[in-house]
Design a protein around this ligand. Structure first.
Ligand code: SF4
Length: 392
């Protein structure tokens, strides 16, 4: 498996696969061909379908530091292809062909972006459990052995997460004209009085900031960034959990997110929203169970449950904006993550879990492959289509 660090990327919202990944590829291209003064960009798959709503065009222009960029779209392409060709005074240079893989990861045919490097030998949770058992080490020891610099990096991520929540809680007004969506996080915060209220307010603050194109941290994607971000903010600001411990929680969550990334997908355009919000719910449930001191089997049970009840969840954002259903769904998911952790603890003494974490990930992959393309971040079906009909 690849580094857990890759699950927590810092970049501009609103979508890791549609803003962070294109931004990274365009930036790398710009660094290699700094003389270019105009560009042609061809986008495929979900990138072509939702480029406007997801802000892909503006973010690529920003990375290329150029307004003279001609965009074309291949709506028949099923992959998230990105082709960039630069020109110097009308003379063509080189074409790079990249792919947006989800969570901001990229693969470029002409250049090694480093996202394919394998850091862990184990490729699933059963194999990881076996290592922990054989060597008598904890989950966090296992992670930090493989990624010694992870904790320092996660502190940077936490800073970005907290700043996003704080901006989101203090900003009001119109977020999106097409959907007539006004920010509500501040209002939610002002009437918050218990854990659920605060988690909801923090989750809305994060997701509204993300939808507004703010600087965010993927966890494991931007569409689902409100879930772990609200949890981290709540634990630090409402329960005084220290930064060191928060890093441990992100590391534990990362183990489960990484297994999903390896054996299914964390991209809505590949696996539907089960891959984004489902994965983040699973990660958060594992982090909560770890924080509560539950045993390893219960942590696994919580993480498994976090996915199991999101299996088949579609990705059909209205008008291609990461707003409806995304923002509300993040709030639903962080509440559910707490329920999963507590339900796992309640159930562990009265019944075993028939479905292992690895099994549910396998089922998730199967389900994602069966989902229709209209329900995988193309805005061609589901809620998106209903909205179009209702508007007629
Ligand atoms: S519906 Fe889910 S997967 Fe799709 S854009 Fe929204 S958060 Fe991401």
């Amino acid at each position: 498996m690849q580094a857990i660090k890759q699950l927590y990327r810092i970049g501009y919202g609103p979508s890791s696969s549609h803003t962070i990944a294109p931004f990274r590829m365009a930036k790398l291209y710009k660094q290699h061909f700094p003389e270019c003064d105009s560009y042609e960009v061809l986008l495929g798959g979900s990138l072509a379908m939702t480029a406007k709503g997801h802000g892909t065009i503006d973010i690529m222009k920003k990375a290329l530091e150029c307004d003279d960029v001609r965009f074309t779209f291949d709506h028949d392409d099923n992959e998230n292809d990105m082709f960039i060709t630069g020109f110097i005074r009308g003379e063509k240079t080189e074409t790079w062909h990249g792919l947006s893989l989800g969570g901001g990861a990229i693969r470029i045919r002409e250049f090694d972006a480093g996202d394919d490097d394998e850091v862990y030998e184990e490729n699933g949770f059963d194999a990881i459990k076996e290592v922990l058992r054989m060597r008598c080490i904890s989950l966090t020891e296992y992670v930090y052995e493989h990624e010694p610099d992870l904790k320092e990096y996660l502190k940077e991520c936490l800073k970005v997460m907290f700043e996003a929540v704080e901006r989101g809680l203090s900003t009001v007004g119109l977020l999106n004209k097409d959907l007539n969506y006004y920010r509500v996080a501040k209002k939610l915060y002002e009437k918050a009085s218990d854990r659920k209220d605060y988690l909801i307010a923090y989750s809305y603050a994060t997701c509204e900031e993300n939808a507004g194109g703010g600087m965010m941290c993927t966890a494991p994607t931007l569409g689902a960034c409100g879930i772990l971000t609200s949890l981290m903010y709540y634990l630090h600001h409402n329960e005084n959990v220290e930064m060191d411990e928060l890093c441990d929680l992100l590391a534990v969550a990362g183990v489960f997110g990484n297994c999903i990334k390896k054996n299914a997908s964390i991209a809505g355009s590949t696996g539907g929203c089960q891959a984004e919000v489902g994965t983040a719910c699973s990660m958060a449930a594992a982090a909560i169970a770890y924080k509560e001191g539950f045993e390893l089997g219960t942590i696994e049970y919580a993480a498994e449950m976090g996915i199991e009840h999101f299996l088949g969840l579609t990705c059909d954002p209205i008008l291609g904006y990461v707003i409806i259903p995304c923002i509300e769904r993040n709030a639903v998911s962080i509440l559910r993550a707490y329920d999963c952790a507590y339900l796992a603890e309640q159930l562990k003494d009265v019944k075993g879990n028939l479905i292992s974490f690895d099994s549910v990930v396998h089922a998730m992959n199967y389900t994602g492959n069966k989902l229709a393309i209209e329900l995988k971040e193309t805005s061609l079906g589901g809620l998106s289509l209903e909205y179009k009909y209702a508007k007629r």
